[in-house]
Design a protein around this ligand. Structure first.
Ligand code: NAD
Length: 484
């Protein structure tokens, strides 16, 4: 099927201002299957103007929280109705099995929209006691106002879910948006925008401009009428966005990468920990920000655990995710294929023991074998850098203190998992690890009511939960003189 995708601006599909396009490539067959508009600064300007009009003078501005909530509920219902369509769009674009988005990404998106529908009517201000004004009493209260037009910049690994994390919260807060999906995966954002139109959102509230980060993304960061950039992606791009948008005093929220530790103590429920570690390594071909790619295992069970993990890696059936029984597709793009293989070679060169998988030779499709290294140390590149592929690095530790030190010896701080049956230890370690989210005996639980985000190189700010919606508001204080 040939897809010809355009921007969605003010409720209408439009070509790029200069007519240029980006080819879309299937990672299983390496065939071009369509194209999307290659957005320009002029396109961004048009989309921001549409969003700005709705924010300042449009029907959207007239809606109260309860009315915005009703629209969000309708959108949630339509997303749920189109679960299979949306799951297929995201899966096919990156060569992932549609079962994962069907079970996780789309239901999570629906839950986020429904949760945000409730928050839309709860973004309350405060009344604040003060000392008065030159001897006269005053009443001071605050209101929560939408921060403004938001630029939402999204990666390719879970496009729908990450788009909705931003969209649900910012709509609850009364903002309008220009979404810039990844140049590899624009499909589900465009479908979502069409569903929002069907739900009754006024045209111009939600706009999508497709294209490259250096062009569309940058133009959003530089645009004088974009008040906030909400970015999910790599630390490299995050740094540049902070430089561009930060100096213009825009709000910037950054959800970046990770090198998340899974800490397996020798009293852990062995089989559960094994399943959890395998899931954390191989879900979405390891292309997950919270991938538990540093497996820290206590010495007593380290050898047995690493061998079992290697066995689990060898058992994963890799191939065309549309074929029955296949559990893992290719990585999403050629650059990713080269990157993952480069790190596997580095692991071998730096002296880690390769227990399963290894460097893959390019065939048709960017398939990488699930790979497990043992006898690694925390200084190796495979332990320090985010690989974003199905590669696990097993590192042995002796004491709880050492496990925590290893877990924290990382530039990243997104998530961590603790596997143990010792309740006191679970709480001690959860308190000691410097990350945004900890799973105890479960890898990376996601829920619409929970905040998500990292510390250090993993980012700034939180998405999700009530706080996620509040992050799209400004607090304004109003003081009224009360002469007696
Ligand atoms: P990326 O940084 O290359 O691109 C992400 C998005 O930013 C894309 O839409 C891209 O076009 C755009 N972009 C790139 N450079 C830009 C620039 N200079 N200015 C503005 N926009 C720019 O990341 P990716 O390869 O698409 O995604 C993988 C990364 O995303 C990994 O590091 C992963 O850990 C991270 N990620 C984080 C989370 C999280 O919640 N913390 C979730 C998913 C992915």
């Amino acid at each position: 099927m040939t897809e010809h995708l355009n921007h969605f601006i003010a409720g209408t599909g439009v070509e790029a201002s200069d007519g240029r396009r980006i080819a879309l490539v299937n990672p299983v067959t390496e065939q071009v299957y369509g194209s999307c508009a290659r957005g320009t600064a002029e396109d961004v300007d048009r989309a921001v103007a549409a969003a700005q009009r709705q924010l300042e003078h449009g029907a959207w501005r007239q809606l109260d929280g309860a009315q915005r909530g009703r629209l969000l509920v309708k959108l949630a219902d339509l997303v749920e109705r189109d679960t299979d369509v949306l799951a297929d769009l995201d899966a096919d674009a990156i060569g992932r099995s549609p079962l994962e988005p069907r079970r996780l990404d789309v239901p999570n998106a629906v839950a986020n929209l429904r949760a945000a529908a409730g928050w839309a009517n709860q973004l309350e201000g405060r009344t604040i006691p003060t000392g008065g004004y030159f001897g006269t009493k005053t009443l001071s209260y605050t209101v929560r106002e939408p921060v403004g037009v938001v630029g939402a910049i999204v990666p390719w690994n879970s496009p729908l879910m990450i788009t909705v994390w931003k969209l649900a919260a910012l709509l609850a807060a009364g903002c309008t948006v220009v979404i810039k999906p990844s140049e590899e995966t624009p499909q589900s954002a465009l479908h979502l925008a069409a569903l929002a139109q069907e739900a009754g959102f006024p045209d111009g509230v939600i706009n999508v401009v497709t294209g490259y980060g250096a062009e569309v993304g940058r133009a959003l960061c530089e645009h004088p009428h974009v008040a906030k950039i909400s970015f999910t992606g790599s630390p490299e791009a995050g740094r540049e966005i902070q430089r561009t948008a930060g100096v213009l005093f825009k709000h910037v929220a950054l959800e970046l990468g990770g090198k998340s530790p899974q800490i397996v103590f020798d009293d852990a429920p062995f089989d559960d920990a094994l399943r959890g570690c395998a899931l954390g390594l191989f879900a979405n071909q390891g292309q997950v920000c919270a991938a538990g790619s540093r497996i820290l295992v206590q010495r007593g069970i380290a050898e047995r655990f690493a061998a079992a993990l290697a066995e689990a890696a060898r058992a994963v059936k890799v191939g065309d995710p549309r074929e029955p029984g296949v559990q893992m597709g290719p990585v999403a793009k050629k650059a990713q294929f080269d990157r993952v293989n480069r790190y596997i070679q580095l692991g071998i060169d730096q002296g880690a023991t390769l227990l399963a998988g290894g460097v893959s030779t390019p065939e048709r499709g960017w398939f990488v074998r699930p790979t497990i290294f043992a006898n690694a140390n925390n200084e190796m590149a495979i332990a320090r850098d985010e690989i974003f592929g199905p590669v696990g690095t097993v590192i042995t530790f002796d004491s709880e203190e050492e496990a925590v030190a290893l877990a924290n010896d990382s530039t990243y701080g997104l998530a961590a998992t603790v596997w143990t049956t010792d309740l006191a230890r679970a709480h001690r370690v959860a308190a000691a690890v410097k990350v945004g989210a900890v799973g105890v005996n479960c890898w990376s639980p996601l829920d619409a009511n929970l905040p998500w985000g990292g510390v250090k190189t993993s980012g700034i700010g939180r998405e999700g939960g009530f706080g996620g919606a509040m992050a799209y508001t400004e607090e304004k204080v109003i003081t009224v003189l009360l002469p007696t």
